[in-house]
Ligand binder design. Structure first.
Ligand SMILES: [Zn+2]
Length: 442
């Protein structure tokens, strides 16, 4: 494999409120990130300046220059044509802007541009919950609803590069108007803004809900976290409206299965992250309540394991693909550098950083960290260990199994394999593994 001199990359997520630039290694390890606010009422020039500034800040954090960069990948919330021009972005002045050529001129390196929903799917397919699946759809349920379809490591672009706009699939005749101008779109029924609209209408109608008090504390805003609080307190109004949205999400997933029969359906986004415990069982039931397919596969629907990072990983994967170094090509399947662990006679473990006498873990980027959590990990502890994308988690313990049923469920719901064993056997498995991996020794 040819080693590149300039083997660093920049992945950028241009969002409605912030622009995040991440300095990445080719293997998909993020070493520095910087943000700029998205110029809300600014011109296209203002947005381009903010992108360039976020890149400069990310480079500066690691004392790198643009000369160290092999390519830049950018995700934008809109439709992008094959030449890298933005066809349209809601709430942003990038429509008609030839972003690729403008930035290539300014930066002097190859730049690739893609739709954020599509790139999120590409990221999940590479190192997230879609890893190992031949076909996936990733659906991001947030303010709106975006998605992307990846088959054998290739995004399905569509004839006009507009495939994957699942949020604008028609689901209800005479339904509410959508941000796109059509009526009855999926996101106008089940996105967070749609849920918010329905809650406000019910409150205006005289219904009562704990959400009124929660809103008063947040200047009248309704956030996903507040919906979660209301659901946990079994608030009747919020439960009714979110249930209605979950049923529609489930039915759309069922339709998607009929249309493309993907190996894995990945659900992510702010609403899923905050309220997944409530939404997922309803969504699963709607999918399984299917008269067409007799044999139902288990674990077809999973959570996103990358969360917000999926988009940056996807931008990096696209940038690599466009310069001929696709991470889906076996020749360029580069793993992070993992330490070779050695078990000492006194039971301590020699890693790269030090010899560990106490409990520790190794993240997917190969960094060793002291284990501060309890000897019986919670799903939240596991979430921080796997952050950055893993295929397999190795857990070594002196005292038998430490993973609770909740932790196993958490891993299963994200398509992550795990192996629990003695310390000695776990060291062997970790050293021998060719997977993107993490490990905990408790
Ligand atoms: Zn629409």
């Amino acid at each position: 494999m040819a080693k590149q001199k300039n083997n660093w990359y920049i992945g950028i997520d241009v969002g409605g409120t912030k622009i995040q630039a991440s300095l990445c290694k080719e293997c998909g390890v993020v070493v520095a990130s910087a943000r700029e606010a998205t110029p809300r009422n600014g011109t296209a020039d203002d947005t381009i300046k903010a992108i360039v500034s976020a890149i400069a800040k990310a480079l500066e954090e690691e004392n790198k220059s643009i000369k160290d960069i092999a390519a830049v990948g950018i995700a934008v919330p809109g439709v992008v044509d094959p030449m890298g021009a933005v066809v349209g972005t809601p709430n942003m002045n990038l429509g008609g802007v030839k972003l690729k050529s403008i930035l290539e001129k300014k930066l002097g390196v190859p730049v690739s541009i893609g739709n954020d929903g599509n790139l999120g799917a590409l990221g999940e397919s590479w190192v997230g919950s879609g890893h190992g699946s031949k076909s996936i759809i990733s659906i991001c349920v947030g303010t709106g609803i975006g998605s992307g379809i990846v088959i054998d490591g290739h995004l399905l672009p569509g004839a006009c590069d507009a495939a994957g706009e699942i949020g604008h699939m028609h689901v209800l005749d005479d339904g509410p108007v959508c941000g796109c101008g059509n009526h009855g779109c999926f996101e106008a029924i089940a996105g967070r803004l749609a849920i918010e609209r329905d809650i406000r209408a019910a409150l205006d109608n005289g219904e009562t809900s704990v959400i009124s008090d929660l809103m008063a504390q947040k200047d009248g805003l309704i956030k996903s976290g507040m919906l979660n609080t209301a659901l946990k307190s079994k608030d009747a109004l919020v439960t009714r409206i979110v249930t209605k949205a979950a049923v529609v999400i489930g039915r759309v997933c069922r339709s998607v299965r009929h249309l493309i029969d993907p190996e894995t359906i990945i659900l992510g986004g702010g609403l899923m992250e905050a309220c997944g415990w409530f939404l997922m069982p309803i969504i699963q039931k709607e999918i399984e309540d299917d008269h067409l397919i007799a044999s139902k596969r288990k674990r077809e629907v999973v959570y996103s394991s990358l969360g917000d990072d999926a988009v940056v990983f996807g931008a990096l994967a696209l940038a690599r693909t466009d310069i001929g170094r696709s991470p889906f090509d076996a020749a360029f399947n580069i793993l992070p550098e993992y330490p070779e662990l050695i078990l000492k006679s006194d039971g301590s473990i020699e890693g790269k950083k030090k010899t560990w006498k106490e409990s520790f873990y190794i993240r997917p980027d190969g960094k060793e960290k002291s284990w501060k959590s309890s000897a019986s990990p919670e799903p939240d502890d596991i979430a921080s260990v796997i952050s950055g994308g893993v295929e397999c988690l190795y857990v070594g313990s002196k005292s038998g199994s430490v993973l609770s049923d909740e932790c196993k469920e958490f891993l299963q719901q994200r398509n992550i394999q795990w192996k629990e064993d003695s310390v000695a056997k776990t060291i062997q498995s970790y050293n021998k593994s060719t997977a993107r991996r993490a490990t905990i020794f408790i």
